[in-house]
Design a binder for this molecule. Structure first.
Ligand code: JB8
Length: 476
């Protein structure tokens, strides 16, 4: 039986790695990848780029056109090296690994050129699966081109992309940091892909349990003997023998970790694929389904900056109409937005040290809500109050974030900002028909103290005036 049943017979997945430091790739002799190579499950060859040079100094670089620091790798040298990998004969699978190459035809497979670079697209677990699947189909081989210095002359990938023997050029990055060259990134890609090749892992089921697999969340924490170590006990559920309870505990820890450490991984999870227990575990971390069924949170709040003016004006224009009573006309609402919620108006607020604009957001949504606090709240409609008064002029969240705890997070930040600025109380006006907003303010300690009229376009609306005192000298 062939170890790698490919479309072209028994060719093992092949990767040629080219580098000026082939020694970096010695690690490919070790461990799981080393064993996979020995048993013929994968055919990896490492080449020294300098082997294709013809000058006495074996030159691979030159100074950059347009000036600047450092050196650039020469396109002619790289192209020779890529072409040379095709003259290495294809090696069959497990049965003839390491056989003589004499009298064997050059490798017939199409090439995928893989180029590690900080400017490439981020390599993900789904990418690793796609490469492993493609590699085992048997009609493609890979060339991994490891650059150094300031990188490889850009015409190499351009030339490769236009070559009929090259299926694809894939420039990839392993993360947002800069290495001295592509070798370590190449090792990362190889390790991620080779372990997914058929027959490489002893127990392929173990893959499904790992981080980024299945629904793409982080893995739960793991424990082994001794059950008590350095005064630290293994979580009791794991020694209970109750498999259902173990499964639930692991799922909760995985969701908890993901919400805390990698909230960016949550958006693909939707309400339909989450159990009530899942949702409860996420709620503990401040993550709740929004109206659109996607998860929102953990919600963060920050001070908006002048650069956020357009973002805040958009939020204001989207949310204001929803807070108006049915009697408001579209023309009046539009006039109000144009006059009082424009980018210019918010730019002025954001530059004014007497105004605080807060933005609620989460990892996946640029903005979820905003609040505007006038630190000097002694305006015409202000209630009588002995002490320093701030006005909560605006406090809105997008409909999709309603019912997620976003508004509560925003209110906490509002009260903290007012208290930090020395206010003794915060007041606000709210449309008398906006029962949801009234309930929300009452829930956060605001009490009705009066009435006022509020102008929207040409129409006068009836507002309740609410007041909440702040605990003296405490920011929290
Ligand atoms: C020169 O950070 B990296 C990376 C850095 C590099 C080169 C390739 C990859 C070539 N510097 O992924």
């Amino acid at each position: 039986m062939s170890a790698s049943p490919g479309a072209r017979g028994d060719l093992a997945p092949r990767i040629d790695v080219v580098s000026i430091f082939p020694g970096y790739l010695d690690a490919l002799d070790l461990s799981l990848v080393g064993k996979a190579r020995e048993s013929g499950l994968v055919d990896i060859a490492v080449h020294d780029l300098r082997d294709v040079t013809t000058d006495r100094h074996r030159t691979v670089d030159d100074s950059p056109f347009g000036g600047g620091a450092g050196m650039v790798m020469r396109p002619d040298v790289w192209w020779s090296a890529i072409e040379a990998t095709g003259r290495r004969p294809a090696r069959a699978g497990a049965t003839v690994a390491g056989a003589s190459t004499e009298g064997v035809d050059a490798d017939p497979r199409e090439v995928v050129l893989l180029v590690p670079t900080p400017s490439g697209a981020r390599l993900t677990q789904p990418d690793a699966h796609a490469l492993a699947r493609e590699a085992s189909a048997g009609d493609v081989r890979y060339v991994l081109a490891c650059g150094r210095y300031e990188g490889i002359d850009a015409r190499v990938t351009e030339r490769a992309a236009g070559d009929p023997t090259i299926r694809r050029v894939q420039e990839f990055s392993i993360g947002d940091y800069v290495l001295n060259g592509g070798e370590v990134a190449a090792l990362v890609l190889l390790e991620a892909v080779v372990r997914l090749l058929p027959g490489v892992l002893g127990n392929p089921e173990s893959i499904a349990e790992e981080s980024f697999e299945g629904d793409g969340i982080l893995e739960y924490p793991v424990y082994t003997r001794p059950a008590l170590w350095e005064g630290l006990a293994v979580p009791e559920v794991l020694t209970s023998g109750n498999h259902g309870a173990v499964e639930r505990w692991r799922r909760e820890r995985a969701l908890e970790r993901t919400a805390r450490r990698r909230p960016d991984l949550l958006p693909p999870l939707t309400v339909t694929e989450l159990s009530r227990r899942d949702l409860a575990a996420l709620a503990v971390e401040g993550v709740e389904p929004g109206r659109h069924g996607r998860l929102i949170g953990p919600v963060r709040v920050r001070r908006a900056e002048p650069a956020d003016a357009a973002l805040v004006a958009d939020l204001a224009a989207m949310t204001f109409p929803l807070a108006c009573p049915d009697s408001a006309t579209l023309a009046d609402v539009r006039r109000h937005i144009a006059e009082h919620l424009s980018v210019q108006v918010f730019t002025d607020y954001l530059r004014d040290p007497g105004e605080v604009v807060l933005l609620a957001y989460d990892d996946a949504h640029a903005a979820l809500g905003y609040a505007l606090v006038h630190l000097d709240g002694r305006g015409a409609d202000a209630p009588a109050f002995e002490g320093r008064l701030a006005e909560l002029s605006k406090c809105y969240v997008l409909p999709r974030a309603q019912g997620t705890g976003c508004a509560a997070e925003l209110m906490r930040a509002v009260l903290r900002a007012a208290a930090d600025a020395g206010a003794d109380a915060v007041w606000l006006g709210v449309n008398a028909q906006n029962v949801n907003a009234l309930r929300y303010y009452r829930r956060h300690g605001f009490e009705p103290v009066g009435e006022r009229t509020y102008q929207v376009g040409a129409a006068e609306h009836h507002d309740h005036v609410l007041l909440r005192t702040l605990p003296r000298g405490v920011a929290e």
